[in-house]
Design a protein around this ligand. Structure first.
Ligand code: ZN
Length: 171
């Protein structure tokens, strides 16, 4: 991720990069069902300041995510926007600061972590509840009916069958 590694002589750093450039080698940008597709653009708007400890980075990063609504199953779009206030130093402290390389400042990990923290956690539903439930009702009823049928037959038939066999053999 070369573009994120150039430090000098940049003070402000405003770019849009593809989300693919933030992806970990193996992990997609995803928390549960909430996903940042690789082709989305990440808006990066940062100011880099040389301070005595290293380099202070502040500003904002933002990207759009998608998820399927848990109620109506339609796709939801949302935005994750993170405020950045981080320090890069040569001997970074775990969880507190990031590594300042000899020649480069690699912002990739910081941007990725900041964005992932802003993704919604848990069940995601449409913001417009009325529109969402109007799109959902037939699905909800069908699901309830069929799950009742399944649980009834699951409970009754196999148990009785097993019990019948047992009783019969003992007699
Ligand atoms: Zn919905």
């Amino acid at each position: 991720m070369e573009r994120l590694q150039r430090l000098e002589p940049i003070r402000t750093w405003q770019v849009e990069v593809s989300a693919a450039q933030l992806e970990d080698l193996e992990a997609p940008l995803q928390i549960g069902d909430v996903l940042i597709p690789s082709d989305r653009l990440v808006a990066i708007n940062l100011v880099l300041d040389k301070v005595s400890e290293g380099v202070a980075v502040s500003g904002k990063v933002a990207v759009n995510w998608i998820a399927d609504c848990a109620r109506c199953l339609r796709q939801i779009d949302g935005q994750a926007a993170a405020e950045i206030e981080e320090l890069f130093e040569q001997n970074p402290r775990e969880g507190e600061s990031y590594l300042l390389g000899d020649e480069f400042l690699d912002l990739t990990v910081m941007v990725r972590e900041a964005i992932l923290l802003e993704l919604p956690v848990g069940v995601v539903r449409c913001l417009n509840v009325q529109e969402c439930s109007e799109a959902a009702p037939s699905y909800g009823e069908k699901k309830n009916e069929s799950s009742e049928e399944v649980s009834e037959s699951d409970l009754r038939d196999p148990r009785w069958a097993a019990l019948d066999e047992l009783v019969f053999e003992e007699e």
